[in-house]
Design a binder for this molecule. Structure first.
Ligand SMILES: [Zn+2]
Ligand SMILES: [Zn+2]
Length: 660
C-alpha cells in the first residue's frame, strides 16, 4: 500500500535547497526538492494543527518532515549531518489508487574507515555515522517523495494527510509524521539491498541489514545462502527472522510475531512483494510497529526500529557513555563489539567471543551477562629445548633462552650447550690423517671448471679449479683412531686466475708428529674440499663437521735446514691396508675459505703432506687396484677414479716466517 524504500536513487535533483537544522543527537537537514509554488513550497493557507504551527500546506509538510526526522535524531547518533532530500509535489494518482510516497538511501559504502564488517555495504547515512565523515558529500543521504495531492479531488479524496505532531489522526486520515518517519527509517538502512526477485547480493557483496536475517528452517543467515536460498527465505512466512541482539533483547515486549528463540519475524509474504518483503517487520508483530509494511494508524515510536538499526550498525544515543540508560542492558563506555557488551549496548549472548585481557588464555567467551570467561590456557611450548617456555598474562608467551645441555647431533661436537636459543656444539675431534690417492674424473663424466676466491693465512686469490687430482681418505696411522671417517678430501688441481698477482714464495715453520721443519712454499697447486664419499651409491652431503678446505702449496725443506729423516708407517683406511714409506714433504696445505664460502673453522689445523711409496715387505704388497669413488661436497656430486696412493698428509701447525 505504502511506497517503499528500496532502490538506490541517484541524486542531482537539487532545486533551490532550503536547509533547516533540527536539533538532535544526529542532526537531519531537509533538502527541499520541490519547485516553487508546489509541494513543500505550496503557499495554500491552512490552519495550525496538532502542534504544527505552519500556516501554509508547504510549511506544515516541511515541519512534519523535520519532526519525523527528529524522532530518529533523538535516538541515533552521528557526527555527520544527515541530509534528506524531500519532495511533496503531486505524484501519479487517481480516485482509487495512487503512490503515497517512497524513500531510500542514495548511495552505499563498504570498507570505509570504521566499517564494523569487511566487504559489507552500509547505506550512506549509516556509513557516515560510523566513519565520522561524509563519504558522499555531493549527494543527499536519502531522498523521499510524498504525494501532496492525497485527499484532493481525483486523488484518493476519501483520505487526507494529517499534519499534526500529536498522533491524533482520524480514521480516514493518514498520519504524515508516521509515514514520513517510516520512510526515513528505510533511508537510514531499514532495508536489504538484495534483489529479492533473484536473491542476488548488491554488487555481489553482503549488506549490513542481511547479516541479521535468518531462515529459521535452515538456520542459515542471508550472507551464507545461495541466491536461490535467499529467494526461498524471503517467502518463508513466519520463519524469516531478525536475529540481531539489540532487537532480540527487547522482543519480549511483543505479544505476537516473536519466535520462542526471541527471533523476530520479518515480512515474508508468499508470493513475494518486491520492494516490501524482507525490509519490514512482519505484519503479525503486535503491538503494531512503525516499520510494518502497512499503515495501521499513528505510530511515532521508533524504539524497536532503532534497535534494529543498531543491529545494522547505527550508534545509539547514550550508548557508550558508560551509563546503562533506557533501552540498554549494558554500557561499558565504548561502542565496540567483542567485549561482552555489544556496540548496541546489549549484553553479548553467552558463548560470544571476547578477550579477557589475559594473553595466556585463548577462546574466551561471554557469559551472557557481560562477563568474559577465560578460555583454555595458551600453549607456549615452542618445541625448542634451548628456551624456557612460560606465559605472562599481559604480554603472552615468553620463550627465554637458556644454557641447558643439548645435542646438536654431531658426534665430534661435545659437550653441546644452548646459546641464544640454539644448540651450539664444541668441536672436539682432532684433524685426521689423510692418505691421498692420485685421482682423475671418471672417463666420460664432466667436470666443470670453476673460479673460486680462496683465502688462507697467507693470501687471498681468485683460483681456477681445473680438474680432480687426488682424494684424501681419512686414515689410521700406526694404530691411531680415525675420528671422522665419513669426511674425506676431494682435491682439485688449481691455478691462480689470470691477472692475479704472483706468489713471491714463503717460508713457514711446521710442526707435526715427526717434529719441526722449515719449509719454503712455492706456488699453490690444489684445493682440497671436504665431503662424503661412497664406492657404490651417490652419497648425501656429509654430516655437519668442522673440517676446513685446504689450499696446498708445493713445498721443499728450506735449504740449509734440518731435512726430514724419513719414516715407515702402517696405514688402514676405508679402501685398504698398506705399509708406506714417507719420503720428503711435498705439499703444505693451509686451512682456507673457498668453495663452501664458510669461514675457517680451525686456522691452527693444517696439513703437511709427504710423498709416499710402498714399503718393501715380505711378501710384497699388492698394487692398489684402480677404484671409482662417488663424492659429494660443496661442488656437488662427482665421480673420481682413484689411482695409487701418493701422499700421506699429517695434521700440523704452520707458522708464517715471511718471504725467504
Ligand atoms: Zn516501508
Ligand atoms: Zn530464527
Amino acid at each position: 500500500m505504502r511506497g517503499l524504500g528500496c532502490c538506490l536513487l541517484t541524486s542531482g535533483l537539487l532545486a533551490g535547497p532550503a536547509l533547516v537544522n533540527v536539533a538532535a543527537a544526529a542532526t537531519f537537514t531537509l533538502v527541499n526538492l520541490d519547485p516553487a509554488g508546489t509541494g513543500l513550497n505550496d503557499p495554500t493557507v491552512t490552519a495550525p494543527v496538532g502542534g504544527n504551527t505552519g500556516t501554509t500546506v508547504g510549511e506544515q509538510a516541511t515541519l512534519v518532515f523535520e519532526y519525523a526526522a527528529s524522532l530518529w535524531g533523538a535516538v541515533l547518533d552521528s557526527p555527520v549531518d544527515v541530509r534528506f532530500g524531500a519532495s511533496f509535489a503531486p505524484l501519479s494518482c487517481s480516485e482509487t489508487s495512487g503512490i503515497l510516497g517512497s524513500a531510500g538511501p542514495t548511495t552505499a559504502h563498504k570498507n570505509f574507515t570504521g566499517a564494523p564488517r569487511a566487504d559489507t555495504y552500509y547505506v550512506q547515512a549509516n556509513a557516515n555515522a560510523l566513519s565520522g565523515s561524509d563519504l558522499s558529500p555531493a549527494t543527499n543521504d536519502l531522498t523521499m517523495q510524498f504525494n501532496g495531492q492525497v485527499g484532493q479531488p481525483g486523488c484518493l479524496s476519501s483520505k487526507a494527510w494529517y499534519y499534526g505532531f500529536d498522533g491524533a489522526a482520524g480514521p480516514t486520515d493518514i498520519d504524515l509524521v508516521s509515514v514520513a518517519a517510516h520512510e526515513i527509517g528505510h533511508g537510514l538502512g531499514f532495508l536489504s539491498l538484495v534483489t529479492l526477485s533473484t536473491g542476488s547480493k548488491f554488487s555481489l557483496e553482503d549488506d549490513a541489514y542481511m547479516v541479521n536475517l535468518e531462515d529459521h528452517d535452515t538456520g542459515l543467515v542471508y550472507p551464507d545462502m545461495t541466491d536461490a536460498e535467499r529467494v526461498t527465505a524471503s517467502t518463508n512466512t513466519g520463519d524469516l527472522h531478525w536475529i540481531g541482539g539489540a532487537v532480540v533483547a527487547w522482543s519480549g515486549a511483543l505479544s505476537a510475531g516473536v519466535h520462542a528463540s526471541g527471533h523476530l519475524e520479518m515480512y515474508a509474504p508468499s508470493p513475494m512483494k518486491p520492494g516490501s518483503s524482507v525490509s519490514h517487520f512482519s505484519n503479525s508483530v503486535f503491538p503494531e510497529e512503525m516499520m510494518e509494511p502497512s499503515y495501521t494508524g499513528p505510530n511515532h515510536d521508533v524504539f524497536l526500529s532503532a534497535r534494529l538499526l543498531a543491529d545494522v550498525g547505527w550508534p545509539l544515543v547514550g550508548c557508550g557513555d558508560g551509563v546503562v540508560g533506557f533501552g540498554e542492558t549494558c554500557d561499558d563506555g565504548n561502542n565496540l563489539n567483542g567485549d561482552c557488551c555489544l556496540s548496541s549496548c546489549i549484553f553479548d549472548p553467552a558463548a560470544g567471543a571476547c578477550e579477557d585481557g589475559d594473553l595466556c588464555t585463548l577462546g574466551d567467551t561471554c557469559d551472557g551477562t557481560g562477563l568474559c570467561l577465560s578460555g583454555a590456557a595458551v600453549d607456549c611450548e615452542d618445541g625448542n629445548l634451548c628456551t624456557d617456555d612460560s606465559c605472562v598474562s599481559n604480554t603472552g608467551c615468553v620463550n627465554a633462552p637458556n644454557t641447558a645441555a643439548c645435542d646438536d647431533g654431531i658426534a665430534c661436537s661435545t659437550p653441546d650447550n644452548c646459546s641464544a636459543s640454539q644448540c651450539v656444539g664444541n668441536w672436539s675431534c682432532d684433524l685426521d690423517y689423510f692418505k691421498v690417492y692420485k685421482a682423475r674424473k671418471v672417463k666420460g663424466t664432466v667436470f666443470t671448471q670453476s673460479s673460486i676466491v680462496v683465502t688462507d693465512l697467507l693470501e687471498t686469490k681468485i683460483m681456477i679449479l681445473k680438474r680432480p687430482g687426488g682424494f684424501g681418505s681419512p686414515v689410521a696411522v700406526d694404530g691411531s683412531m680415525v675420528e671422522v671417517a665419513e669426511v674425506g678430501l676431494a682435491c682439485y688441481k688449481a691455478r691462480d686466475a689470470s691477472g692475479q698477482p704472483g706468489f713471491a714464495g714463503r717460508r713457514v715453520l711446521t710442526t707435526d708428529v715427526f717434529g719441526n721443519l722449515s719449509l719454503d712454499l712455492k706456488k699453490a697447486v690444489s684445493l682440497c674440499v671436504p665431503g662424503s664419499q661412497d664406492l657404490l651409491t651417490p652419497p648425501a652431503q656429509p654430516p655437519a663437521h668442522e673440517i676446513d678446505e685446504y689450499k696446498c702449496y708445493k713445498t721443499r725443506v728450506s735449504p740449509g735446514t734440518l731435512k726430514f729423516a724419513g719414516a715407515q708407517v702402517s696405514t688402514v683406511d676405508g679402501l685398504e691396508t698398506r705399509e708406506l714409506v714417507l719420503k720428503k714433504p711435498s705439499l703444505a696445505c693451509t686451512a682456507a675459505t673457498g668453495v663452501d664460502g664458510l669461514t675457517v673453522f680451525h686456522a691452527d689445523r693444517n696439513l703437511v703432506c709427504y710423498k709416499t711409496k710402498d714399503a718393501k715387505t715380505t711378501p710384497k704388497q699388492d698394487k692398489f687396484v684402480r677404484t671409482d669413488m662417488l663424492v659429494n661436497n660443496a661442488l656437488g656430486q662427482g665421480q673420481l677414479t682413484l689411482k695409487k696412493p701418493s701422499l700421506l698428509c699429517l695434521p700440523a701447525t704452520v707458522v708464517d716466517l715471511g718471504t725467504p
